[in-house]
Write a protein that binds this ligand. Structure first.
Ligand SMILES: Cc1cc2nc3c(=O)[nH]c(=O)nc-3n(C[C@H](O)[C@H](O)[C@H](O)COP(=O)(O)O)c2cc1C
Length: 165
């Protein structure tokens, strides 16, 4: 750090031996930041491990004297994590993003990646609302953007006509 003066350092709070077991140790991350304070104060220092929301990230940044955090799996729990305007996405917003996500997949990866890799994301977008399980089951059977669009668009209209959130 002292010799190369990197622009930024991101430190994960688990050892290699731990793999993904246990929680990240932010006291250890802070120790790294304090070394940075002394030997390379212009280097940004970010922590990583188990951050699940924007508020949580801001809290950790303040509490441990960091410049910020990096988010990994948190984005799979909440794809809106980086958008402070959307704390609780509506059903319509969830389905809009599901359609957009599929559209972008078609645009960039059609024929290159298996369509089924989208299914794990469909589980994230179709959660925590009435009849979500039925919608999810229908989406699991799809194999093209057109099919997904038809199903998600019909669901959007149906929820708009019969509001539940
Ligand atoms: C889908 C996915 C892919 C990842 N790929 C890599 C990788 O290629 N190299 C790496 O060092 N870490 C990788 N990681 C680990 C993350 O960089 C991060 O350290 C880890 O997920 C812990 O942060 P989190 O608790 O915010 O998820 C990956 C994590 C995820 C969820």
């Amino acid at each position: 750090m002292a010799q190369t003066k990197p622009a930024a350092i991101i430190l994960h709070g688990r050892t290699q031996r731990q793999l993904s077991n246990g929680l990240a140790d932010w006291d250890e991350i802070a120790k790294g930041a304090r070394v940075r304070d002394v030997i390379s104060p212009d280097t940004l220092f970010l922590g990583n491990g188990d951050v699940l929301s924007m508020a949580h990230g801001v809290e950790l940044t303040t509490q441990y004297g960091l410049d910020g955090v990096m988010v990994g799996r948190g984005i799979f729990h909440d794809p809106w994590l980086f958008n402070p305007a959307i704390i609780t996405p509506s059903i319509d917003e969830k389905l809009t993003q599901l359609i957009l996500h599929t559209q972008l997949f078609e645009k960039y990866w059609a024929g290159k990646k298996n369509f089924n890799i989208l299914k794990r994301f469909y589980k994230i977008y179709t959660n925590d609302f009435p009849n979500a399980a039925k919608l999810r089951a229908e989406l699991m059977e799809t194999s093209s953007f057109e099919q997904v669009y038809q199903i998600a668009q019909a669901a959007k209209l149906s929820y708009a006509e019969n509001p539940v959130d």
